[in-house]
Design a protein around this ligand. Structure first.
Ligand code: TYM
Length: 330
């Protein structure tokens, strides 16, 4: 049985991209694996977070994850900063990882843009912390969206170099686990990924949106003026149409070919209202349950505290051994 680890930044409310790219897989992996799921607050502060909002988002995300089907009794759900082993291993990895490797990370380039001198050092070394998150538990299976695959490759490079430098086989290799809809794009621009940090709320569907909001966002989603094609090849140069067809396929668990067999040749009107219905059926129950769970904040806090205690019990011996391998007196 492989140990699964994955994380999400509590920098906003989880959206449809987080759900289809990651959370939906987290839920199914619970059936056959030992899973550790983490609200990565240390990662979130690599860009400025208002402290009150960070707390609020951490609780909201906990509620969303429970509502989506994460089982905190059989598995572990906690917030990263509560387990200090992550930060200790991340420091060691800061010293193992190479600047040349970090310079290749496309997410840093995308996030920092032209103004890279003005971003936090944390944003730059972020992938080292992500490697530490996973290897703190010697997890080997990591369900993520497409955008995180490069970080997993880097984590493997770090694990390998650590093992080589310290003459050990202590850290295992990691395998990413990505679904077919591994990259959900913005509803306003089919070439940009759907993101919590996009200033336009119209660009994403949050997992707390109600049916009316979903219908309105889908109606306003950017499209072109041609009818839908009958074959997937016809989507090649049409990023917005491709994204919406991909979403329909993902939420109805049918291949895009079948979606186009049904809607090909038609305009976007009928298709968009069918898509909004499908999305509401998927997200509606999660949004309702999230609202219910948010009424009992002390329960949410106790879920996180209990998860952190159990995470610590796994993490401490592993990270202490890594520290001993490095030559720290423990
Ligand atoms: P984050 O918070 O950006 O996203 C959480 C998960 O959602 C996926 N995702 C998407 N999938 C498809 N389409 C999208 N538009 C989309 N946007 C986000 C992400 O791939 C991710 O799986 N660095 C990570 C958090 C992290 C982590 C880890 C993940 C920290 N440590 C260790 C795995 C293992 C991040 O920023 O995710």
């Amino acid at each position: 049985m492989k140990r699964v680890f994955s994380g999400i930044q509590p920098s906003g409310i989880p959206h449809l991209g987080n759900y289809l790219g990651a959370i939906r897989n987290w839920v199914t992996l619970q059936e056959e694996h030992e899973c550790i799921f983490c609200l990565v607050d240390l990662h979130a502060i690599t860009v400025w977070q208002d402290p009150k909002e960070l707390q609020e988002h951490t609780l909201q995300q906990t509620a969303v994850l429970l509502a989506a089907g994460i089982d905190p009794q059989r598995h572990i759900l906690f917030n990263q900063s509560a387990v200090s082993a992550h930060a200790r291993l991340a420091w060691i990895f800061n010293c193992v990882s190479r600047l040349g490797w970090l310079n290749r990370m496309t997410q840093f380039k995308d996030k920092a843009g032209k103004n890279r001198e003005n971003h936090s050092a944390g944003l730059y070394v972020y992938p080292n912390l992500m490697a530490a998150d996973i290897l703190t538990y010697k997890a080997t299976l990591v369900p993520v969206g497409d955008d995180q695959k490069q970080h997993i490759e880097l984590a493997n490079d770090i694990a390998q170099k650590f093992n080589h430098d310290y003459g050990t086989d202590f850290f295992p290799q990691i395998e990413p686990f990505t679904p077919p809809a591994a990259r959900v794009m913005s509803l306003r621009d089919g070439t940009k990924k759907m993101s919590k940090s996009d200033p336009s709320e119209q660009s994403r569907i949050d997992l707390t949106d109600d049916a009316d909001t979903i219908a309105q966002k889908v109606r306003r989603a950017k499209t072109d003026s041609d009818p839908l094609p009958s074959e997937t090849e016809g989507l090649a140069e049409r990023p917005e149409a491709r994204n919406l067809v991909g979403l329909y396929a993902a939420v109805s668990s049918t291949p895009p070919e079948q979606v186009l067999a049904e809607f090909g040749g038609q305009g976007f009107g009928t298709f968009k209202s069918a898509l909004a219905d499908r999305l509401s059926t998927t997200i509606g129950p999660i949004a309702d349950e999230t609202r219910r769970l948010l009424d009992d904040r002390s329960h949410l806090l106790s879920v996180l505290r209990n998860g952190a205690d159990r995470a610590r019990a796994i993490a401490e011996p592993i990270v202490t051994e890594a520290e001993q391998l490095v030559g720290f007196l423990r």
